[in-house]
Design a protein around this ligand. Structure first.
Ligand code: UDP
Length: 327
């Protein structure tokens, strides 16, 4: 079975390719390498460099390969950046997905697993956040992910396309052998920034606000290990292949950790001091985001293995120590 992974050179996409190949799938990767890394692409995958908005390019890939299913990770994904350049996000994420769906329809490819986001919810009214909660995105990034979900819904109705939308909470960690991991420029995510500070590459961690209504005043997030996250994608693919209809699932661990707790856990694991100072809140940060993840467990049979915070941090630390300057 041949699976097309769009964005297979990125942090999450490269872990998907790795696990698909381990599970004996035949894998085709498309990536424009704008934020992805050629070194992250698995040697057993067939790679086509190009942009999903380039329809003739994408048609050529579908002509050459017999695609049985699609995993779609190709998108811009920074909340803050999306507030500055929203049109760039609508173009790359929404228009890019439109072109992809047009080509899938043209070639009668029916199954797609899609990277959505907890950012589709906005500020939660109740915790943990259920899949049935209202969607009120507070950033263009979250809005694009919701629009992409809606495009899939209407393509299902019109063309019988089947999709699983997976709403990620905070993805962290790296493959346990430390060979692939997170490498963003610039880096904006909490755990890599903490670990770069531990390596002495940054002077200090800046904690964005300690006056939230949480026990220690810093924001609480739900961290899910990238390997567990990808396991859910493969289960979603199998779920669609078994003939099940379109569905939406949260992917989180249902456990919340504060910024301060993450920092202290990283200090213990790395044995480094990791200087930190508190600064102003970052615009658009909700105080607490924790997923209800029972639906993925009961419907997909998802059983995350690496739910304890030390394993998440240790795997990321191994990657950072082995690749202090990324790929
Ligand atoms: N954060 C922080 N300092 C940083 C980066 C992040 O205090 O340098 C906080 C941020 O305010 C949020 C949490 O860490 O509460 C996780 O942020 P991240 O950007 O990793 O993910 P997000 O929750 O925005 O998707």
């Amino acid at each position: 079975m041949t699976i097309l992974v769009l964005g297979g050179a990125g942090y999450i996409g490269s872990h998907a390719v790795d696990q698909l190949i381990e599970k004996k799938y035949d894998v085709v990767v498309v990536d424009n390498l704008q934020t992805g890394h050629s070194e992250a692409i698995h040697k057993q995958a067939r790679f086509y460099k190009g942009d999903i908005r380039d329809k003739p390019f994408l048609e050529n890939v579908f002509k050459k390969e017999t695609i049985n299913g699609v995993l779609h990770f190709a998108a811009n994904s920074l909340v803050g950046e999306s507030m500055e350049i929203p049109l760039h996000y609508f173009n790359n994420n929404v228009y890019g997905t439109q072109v992809l769906l047009e080509v899938m329809e043209q070639f009668a490819v029916k199954n797609i697993v899609f990277s959505s986001s907890a950012a589709t919810y906005g500020e939660p009214k109740a915790l943990p956040i259920m899949e049935t909660a209202e969607t009120n995105p507070e950033s263009p990034y979250g809005e694009t992910k919701l629009m992409m979900e809606k495009m899939l819904k209407w393509c299902d109705k019109a063309y019988g396309m089947n999709y699983v939308a997976l709403r990620y909470f905070n993805v962290a960690g790296a493959k346990l052998d430390g060979t692939i991991g997170e490498d963003h420029t610039p880096e904006s995510h909490l755990l890599p920034i903490i670990l770069q500070t531990a390596l002495g590459q940054r002077k200090e961690l800046t904690i964005f606000g300690d006056d939230y209504s949480t026990p220690d005043g810093t924001c609480i997030r739900d961290y899910v290990h990238v390997v567990d996250l990808i396991e859910a994608h493969i289960l979603a693919l199998e779920y669609l292949n078994a003939g099940n209809g379109s569905n939406t699932f949260n992917l989180g661990s249902s456990a919340g950790f504060s910024v301060q707790e993450m920092l202290e856990a990283a200090r213990k694991i790395t044995g480094r001091e990791i200087p930190a100072k508190v600064v102003e809140r970052r615009a658009g940060d909700p105080s607490t985001l924790v997923a209800a993840s029972e639906k993925a467990r009961t419907v997909l049979g998802w059983e995350p293995q690496y739910t304890d915070m030390p394993t998440i941090i240790e795997s990321a630390w191994k990657w950072h120590v082995n690749h202090p300057n990324g790929y």
